[in-house]
Design a protein around this ligand. Structure first.
Ligand code: GUN
Length: 297
């Protein structure tokens, strides 16, 4: 039987554990604060940020949302980041990506104080991650590690294929999987748009992480029998419903489910985990900055 990995259930367990850590902080008079910054008119980004803010409210994190006019000069965003870096009530800062064209993305990433960089995107934090000494693991790959753990997927010695090389998912995911840690130790291959024979790699993989951003790119016939398949894709495609669209993954679910030993659905797989791990990093950031020792799930 194929195990359907329930991201909502794992995320709920993590959120519930985090609530204990938040109480520990409250006993010391600390409320973790997360600032989200949006400078975009992309409806999907707006939705993601509002969900992150709702999550904060639910667990007792002080959510601060800054929305900038997408047509404003880039300097407004740089100034906003400086203000949030200096604000002692803000322990974590997330600038929703992608940013608008006039903004220098690299400048944004290096402007966020590394201690408040709950995305783990600052070059210093990327370096720490690669060195095996991450301060904040990027939320999606960290959430995927938790999902693999919840489904008892053995990463040690496994052949893992990451499809996609983005800074947000593919690269940090591959770095986490190769590390000498209980949720790493995998023989890890990164495939991308210039990979000559993708199927030659995926069909040998015990673990496939699909993060290419292409709807239903990975099909069942490309997989090894019994593989663990993690679908990171959240693609909006036109649909004949009230919203006018539906969300589908990078994996063709029905055919992949027939082959896989374990698989994540879309929605309800990786998405809730990304959000839960943002709360995790925010609680960790608050503990570090306020010098309170907190247990993390
Ligand atoms: N855009 C898509 N995923 C992410 C993420 O994890 N963090 C930020 N800041 N932007 C994103």
């Amino acid at each position: 039987m194929t195990e359907i990995i329930d991201g909502n259930a794992v995320a709920e367990r993590i959120r519930s554990d985090l609530q204990d850590s938040i109480e520990t902080l409250a006993d010391e008079g600390v409320t973790p604060g997360l600032a989200t910054v949006l400078m975009s008119d992309d409806p999907a980004s707006e939705t993601y940020v509002s969900m992150k803010q709702r999550d904060c409210e639910e667990v007792g994190i002080n959510g601060i949302h800054v929305e900038l006019d997408p047509d404003a000069p880039a300097q407004e965003l740089y100034d906003t980041i400086d203000d949030l870096n200096a604000d002692p009530e803000v322990h974590g800062i997330l600038v929703q990506m992608p940013v608008v064209e006039q903004v220098d993305k690299r400048r944004v990433l290096r402007s966020v104080d590394p201690e408040k960089d709950v995305d783990g995107f600052h070059p210093e934090n990327v370096g720490r991650l690669v060195a095996g000494n991450a301060l904040y693991k990027p939320c999606t790959p960290h959430g995927i590690q938790k999902l693999l753990e919840s489904a008892d997927v053995e990463t040690e010695g496994a052949e893992a294929v990451v499809v996609g090389r983005s800074d947000i998912v593919g690269k940090p995911m591959a770095n986490l999987l190769v590390q000498k840690t209980p949720l790493g130790n995998a023989t890890t291959t990164v495939c991308h748009s210039r990979t000559k024979d993708l199927e030659a790699h995926t069909s040998e993989a015990d673990i496939v992480i699909a993060a290419a951003g292409v709807p239903e790119f990975i099909t069942g016939d490309m997989l090894k029998e019994g593989a663990a398949v993690i679908d990171v894709g959240i693609n909006r495609v036109d649909a004949d419903n009230d919203k006018g669209y539906e969300l589908i993954g990078d994996v063709e679910y029905d055919s992949a489910k027939e082959k896989a030993g374990a698989i994540t659905p879309v929605p309800g797989g990786v998405g809730p985990m990304t959000r839960a791990m943002l709360l995790y990093n925010t609680v960790k950031a608050a503990g570090r900055q306020e010098d309170v020792s907190v247990e993390l799930p």
